[in-house]
Ligand binder design. Structure first.
Ligand code: CUA
Length: 357
């Protein structure tokens, strides 16, 4: 029994030490913190297994040993108290749980109190996507961080409770609307090519299970190069492709379909340039100004049959991004598709050829 427990403990400690997570049970450990968490997990597991076996096997042994062998057997008189024994079985478990608390709490504090000068990434959750804002204001759908540097995630939500979970880093924390929570970590390995998983672990509605991003760990120089290139995406992709990226990554697609079906919001198909009834009984024929207004002040004009639930993008979309979004919406409508595609074609034609990397 002791042997099994110790084996479990040692295998865990060994695997954690090798940065592999515990055997192949757990995702690979991408931070020092992950190794520490795995160790605590294994320690608690080993203690639990030890006492489980001690109690179950002990009970089974006594049941057999002191069974009624003859029908006439009666219980022998036995003591009802033993102060020494009671003190021992109180003190030992207290010591064990206090040790569990201390190591667990120390790890918890390490994950939620960021060191000074940690690299700050703001994480925002919404139904049903994550976005990550970097210090230069660029917002991406994935988390990118430099290796061997402290990173601080400042987490919040635009609507309901979500929860950030990066299994390889062994960190998880709720995203709460109207409040900030913090997670901090220092990745000590580069991520695999395809990145680590980043999940939502708070049930938040029908597409909760699709609320999934990636976490990438780069060398510092690669990280800087990535950020410069990614931040300039409107100039790299052109208005139509940049608008498409915004549509896919910034929450538009959750409510606005491209196949004409109504979601939480009106479909983008044939929206531009066609008359639509509003809730106040008037009509609107969307042009550039109307789309811009709806992005910045979504409650200004409510379409008939829809609720005023869209969050404003004022402050989170810059002018070139709004222009790109307008071009993308125009490309979904028969009356303006040719114009939008023309804008993109001109961009492609005039784009300076990028050198091969
Ligand atoms: Cu967000 Cu589940």
């Amino acid at each position: 029994m002791m042997g099994i427990t110790l084996m479990t403990l040692f295998e865990g400690a060994y695997a954690a030490d090798k940065g592999k997570g515990i055997g192949s049970w757990l995702p690979s450990a991408g931070t020092e913190h992950a190794n520490a968490v795995d160790w605590v997990f294994f320690f608690i597991n080993a203690v639990s297994i030890f006492f489980f076996l001690l109690i179950v096997l002990g009970s089974a042994y006594f049941v057999v040993k002191y069974r009624q062998k003859d029908p006439g057997d009666l219980p022998e008189p036995s003591p009802s108290h033993n102060t020494k024994l009671e003190i021992i079985w109180t003190i030992i478990p207290i010591i064990i749980v206090v040790v569990m608390f201390i190591v667990g709490f120390a790890n918890y504090m390490n994950a939620v109190v960021a060191p000074e000068n940690a690299y700050l990434v703001k994480v925002m959750g919404r139904k049903w996507s994550w976005t990550f804002e970097y210090p230069n204001g660029y917002i991406d759908k994935d988390l990118h961080v430099p290796v061997n540097e402290d990173v601080k995630l400042l987490i919040s939500s635009e609507d309901v409770l979500h929860s950030v979970y990066i299994p390889n880093f062994r960190i998880k924390r709720d995203a709460i609307p109207g409040r900030y929570t913090v997670l901090t970590f220092k990745a000590n390995h580069l991520s695999p090519e395809e990145g680590y998983h980043l999940f939502c672990t708070e049930y938040c509605g029908t597409e909760h299970s699709l609320m999934h991003s990636k976490a990438f760990v780069h060398e510092r120089a690669d990280f800087d190069a990535w950020l410069v290139k990614a931040s300039d995406y409107v100039n790299n992709l052109g208005p139509l492709r940049a608008g498409e990226k915004l549509y896919l990554e910034r929450g538009c697609k959750s409510c606005h379909s491209l196949d004409g079906s109504s979601g939480t919001g009106p479909s983008f198909t044939d929206l531009y340039g066609n008359s639509h009834p509003l809730a106040d009984g008037t009509n609107v024929t969307p042009d550039e100004n109307h789309i811009r207004e709806s992005i910045l002040y979504p409650k200004a004009k409510i379409y008939s049959g829809f609720q005023p639930v869209m969050p404003t993008y004022k402050g989170s979309l810059k002018d070139p991004e709004i222009d790109a979004m307008i071009t993308f919406i125009k490309a979904q409508s028969n009356v303006s598709r040719a114009e939008a595609e023309q804008v993109q074609a001109e961009f492609e034609a005039n784009k300076p050829q990028e050198e091969e990397e």
